[in-house]
Design a protein around this ligand. Structure first.
Ligand code: NAD
Ligand code: ZN
Length: 346
């Protein structure tokens, strides 16, 4: 099969022919149709210090995908050739305390699709049946391709109740953009998005932000005054990894508020812990998606009118992977989709 491969330590990915993946008795073999490009893939492509320490080439990266089942292992009875599916990218151990209790998102032994095992930037991908999610017939293929990061957005956005609450979202990358639409759908009153990039602020407004603010130009206390807020934000979703954003969030929380942190800082962050103490804040880290409550919520919210499609801004054939990665890296894109359908072969 054709796959985009990290062939050796160092920058770049090579489109080349590799052996088809082996299908074990508990596995599902999927013909990939569309994939999303994630920040993780950009790290692997550019071979930054995280990638150099984490990735062991040769590796097929990619973990955001939709495809169609072509074969299943002998133990698999719930999935059939032709089914349209996506995959949960965290392959859990199944044996630890949390896995045994059904809290698989808390598994400490997770192997990442496209990180610790070959992923979805290929014509075929294989996953254990416990990692496969059925889509309903007729789902938009581009939206189905990004269920993995959509799940990050939903897991974070629904970590705390938002109905009637004032929500702050720091960072309007693809995940912050989707979270904006989710908290709007879930009944938040004001949704304030803080984001330095003007292209992404415009997208945030399209996704339903009440105000999209440039943190370098205007402080959040000023936005609160404009909106008539008096107590601070009830819920904050940290989706930038930026130390300044985390500090600004703490300064602007209401007493008793809650912060869900998804963004991954690349440096140490110093915080005034007094703000957490004296405001009685709850701070929760978010990693991945809940298996499979988050997937269920994604599905039913889309079926009840949630639209995340404006977060998808670019589409390329897999043969144009360099242009696709450049678009994703530019910062001026929302979600970038790679199409692996054969008709796009040029
Ligand atoms: P992204 O890098 O595309 O978006 C981050 C955004 O934050 C950018 O648009 C950037 O301009 C903005 N930003 C930078 N400084 C800011 C500041 N001071 N205030 C407000 N915004 C600021 O990333 P993404 O793909 O949308 O992912 C969001 C974050 O979540 C990243 O940190 C990513 O590494 C992390 N992530 C975590 C998980 C998890 O499971 N915990 C999964 C996927 C991604
Ligand atoms: Zn486990």
């Amino acid at each position: 099969m054709l796959a985009l491969v990290k062939t050796e330590p160092g920058p770049g990915l090579v489109l080349q022919t590799v052996p088809d993946p082996q299908v074990g008795i508990n596995d599902v073999l999927i013909r990939v149709r569309k994939t999303g490009i994630c920040g993780t893939d950009l790290h692997i492509e550019s071979w930054d210090p995280w990638a150099a320490k984490t990735i062991h080439p040769p590796l097929v990266p990619g973990h955001e995908f939709v495809g169609q089942i072509v074969a299943v292992g002998a133990n698999v009875s719930d999935f059939h050739p032709g089914d349209v599916v996506s995959g949960e990218g965290h392959v859990t151990c199944g044996r630890c305390r949390h896995c045994m209790a059904g809290r698989r998102h808390l598994c400490a032994n997770t192997v990442g699709l496209g990180v610790g095992r070959d992923g979805a930037f290929a014509e075929y991908v294989v996953l254990p049946m416990t990692n496969v999610w059925h889509h309903w017939p007729g789902i938009d293929e581009d939206v189905a391709a990004i269920f993995d990061p959509f799940g990050n957005a939903v897991h974070t956005a629904l970590a705390f109740p938002v109905l009637g609450e004032d929500v702050l979202i720091t960072g309007a990358g693809p995940i912050g953009l989707m979270a904006t639409a989710v908290v709007r759908h879930a009944g938040a009153r004001f949704v304030v998005v803080s984001e330095p990039n003007p292209v992404r602020r415009a997208l945030a407004s399209r996704m339903g932000a009440t105000v999209a603010v440039d943190p370098g130009a205007r402080d959040l206390a000023d936005v609160q005054r404009e909106l008539g807020m008096v107590e601070g934000f009830d819920v904050a979703l940290e989706m930038s990894g930026a130390p300044a954003a985390i500090r600004a969030t703490l300064d602007n929380m209401a007493h008793g508020g809650a912060i869900a942190i998804l963004g991954i800082p690349t440096q140490d962050v110093s915080l005034d812990v007094n703000e957490i103490v004296f405001k009685l804040l709850t701070v929760r880290g978010i990693y991945g998606r809940e298996m499979y409550e988050t997937w269920y919520k994604m599905t039913v919210m889309l079926q009840s009118g949630l639209d995340i499609s404006p977060a998808i801004t670019h589409r390329f054939s897999y043969r144009e992977h360099e242009a696709a990665f450049a678009a994703a890296r530019s910062g001026d894109a929302g979600k970038v989709i790679l199409d692996w359908n054969p008709q796009t072969d040029g």
